[in-house]
Design a protein around this ligand. Structure first.
Ligand SMILES: [Zn+2]
Length: 213
């Protein structure tokens, strides 16, 4: 019965011609064809907001990123911000905490490693579950698409989030950052060396803990 229902659901989705493309590219992360997606997964200690994000077909994540959500370690402010963006665009997050590396082969810790530009030594928001890397928007890689209409729109949606709820550590490709024209007031990081390190993804982070004013 359950199997029949699931197959029927797949058939209907296919016929409608919508949502046939998962938020993450084929082979990367979970999507429509991940059986776990169809059966419903155990969301562990995840909050209601987190469960809603996991169930949103516009949201895709690598298995590592989905596990972080299911384990409830991702900051709820970040979950809410991602839900707002996913309300208008398909986004694929490749890392929150697990599987995030600043430098290949160097395990992440509470601080950004020396050698990762001028940010070396600063607190690592990924380590605390307060950062996400968006690598694909509406099926397009962020890399090389900094001036794409949809990738730019993600920036505008972020800027439209009320300041207290908005990420205060938004970093993206140089051309994307320049075209949007936002600054510190809107949460953007503009250090040229950081932009160079974000050619292929949009980083959203919260520098403070939820209780930091
Ligand atoms: Zn990041």
């Amino acid at each position: 019965m359950l199997l029949g229902g699931a197959l029927l659901a797949v058939g209907l989705w296919g016929n409608e011609g919508v949502r046939i493309s998962p938020a993450c590219p084929p082979g990367i992360g979970r999507g429509l064809w991940d059986p776990g997606w169809l059966w419903g997964r155990d969301s562990g200690s995840a909050s209601g907001e987190t469960r809603k994000l996991l169930e949103d077909p516009n949201f895709g994540a690598t298995p590592e990123a989905a596990r972080d959500l299911e384990a409830g370690i991702v900051d709820e402010r970040l979950v809410v911000a991602l839900r707002i963006v996913a309300g208008e665009h398909r986004i694929c997050v490749d890392a929150f905490k697990e599987g995030h590396y600043f430098l290949p082969g160097v395990p992440d810790g509470p601080r950004i490693p020396e050698g990762y530009g001028e940010a070396g030594g600063l607190p690592n928001t990924h380590y605390f579950g307060r950062a996400a890397d968006i690598r694909w928007v509406d099926g397009k890689p962020v890399e090389g698409n900094g001036l794409d209409r949809d990738v730019l729109d993600v920036g505008r949606i972020l800027a439209g989030i009320p300041p207290k709820k908005r990420p205060d550590q938004i970093i993206g490709p140089p051309r994307w950052t320049k075209a949007l024209g936002y600054g510190r007031e809107e949460g953007w990081i503009l250090d040229p060396d950081q932009l160079k390190l974000h050619q292929d993804h949009i980083h959203l982070g919260y520098m403070g803990t939820p209780n930091t004013p």
